[in-house]
Design a protein around this ligand. Structure first.
Ligand code: XBP
Length: 257
């Protein structure tokens, strides 16, 4: 395709820095509410982020750090217990999310993209219920409708780094990968998007800055704003912030992944 038709955004770490002060805090609240003495520190949580998906992360934690855990009374299986614990975490998270703001440049770029007629979509590993309050609090109650597709959580069998969520979004948009540009913040997200054939811009955060982003079209500190210039970590970008014109330039100049 000869023109950029759609922008596809990851959520956690990309739209907003939700992991450290949002998800992590909510997991710890759920553990406490369940009477568990588990606590995920900032550093510990950073290592656990290697496992995509909250339920899968709890399961990995139990398997590696509490393998002898007996299924608590009232649950038929360990997985059923994990699902209940995760649902409790989701409820705590939805309360946390009100205090988390969007990353620099996100609101501006979304508004510019809409004005320019670019199509928008979301591809996240996080639970669908978590996405709406973030959008509604930060961008307004109508903002979920800005996105033609909000693909989240368990809507595909395999979470990132598998490309499934991006294949799903492309199918729903009826677009080839060559017509899209993805925005991600992690190595897992980059692999998912590029394996689906989508050129990808990375914005880093404290959890992901040291990861391997060799396949990225560009690596930036954030998307920037007129009063908050970007730091370019990888890529030839001579601009202070990522406008639609700059996004189109990155997309046009980078080779297919
Ligand atoms: C986000 C995730 C999610 C969140 C927690 O990854 O892996 O699991 O950490 O959300 P990405 P849930 O940003 O790459 O999509 O607890 O709802 O899974």
């Amino acid at each position: 395709m000869s023109h950029l038709a759609a922008l596809i955004f990851d959520v956690d770490g990309t739209l907003a820095e939700t992991e450290r002060d949002g998800h992590r805090v909510a997991f710890n609240r759920a553990f406490e509410a369940a009477g568990l003495d588990w606590y995920w520190s900032i550093g510990h949580y950073g290592r656990l982020l290697d496992i995509s998906g909250g339920k899968e992360r709890i399961r990995h934690f139990i398997e590696t750090e509490h393998p002898d855990l007996q299924t608590p009374a009232g649950f038929d299986s360990r997985w059923q217990f994990i699902q209940a614990l995760h649902q409790s975490k989701t409820e705590f998270y939805k309360r946390e999310i009100a205090s988390i703001s969007l990353c620099p440049g996100i609101k501006r770029l979304l508004n510019e993209a809409r004005a320019a007629g670019l199509r928008l979509a979301i591809a996240t590993t996080s639970t669908f219920e978590n996405v709406l309050p973030l959008l509604e609090n930060q961008l307004g109650l109508d903002s979920p409708d800005w996105f033609e597709v909000i693909a989240a959580g368990d809507s595909v069998p395999h979470k990132k780094p598998a490309p499934d969520i991006y294949h799903y979004v492309l199918k729903r948009l009826s677009l080839p990968p060559s017509a899209c540009l993805a925005f991600e913040d992690t190595h897992h997200g980059l692999i998912a998007a590029t394996q689906a054939g989508i050129k990808t811009v990375i914005t880093v955060n404290s959890y992901t800055a040291q990861q391997d982003f060799a396949k990225a079209a560009a690596v930036l500190s954030h998307l920037g704003d007129p009063n908050q210039p970007i730091q370019v970590i990888k890529g030839k970008i001579e601009a202070y912030y990522v406008s639609v014109a700059v996004a189109k330039q990155i997309w046009a100049q980078s080779p297919a992944p």
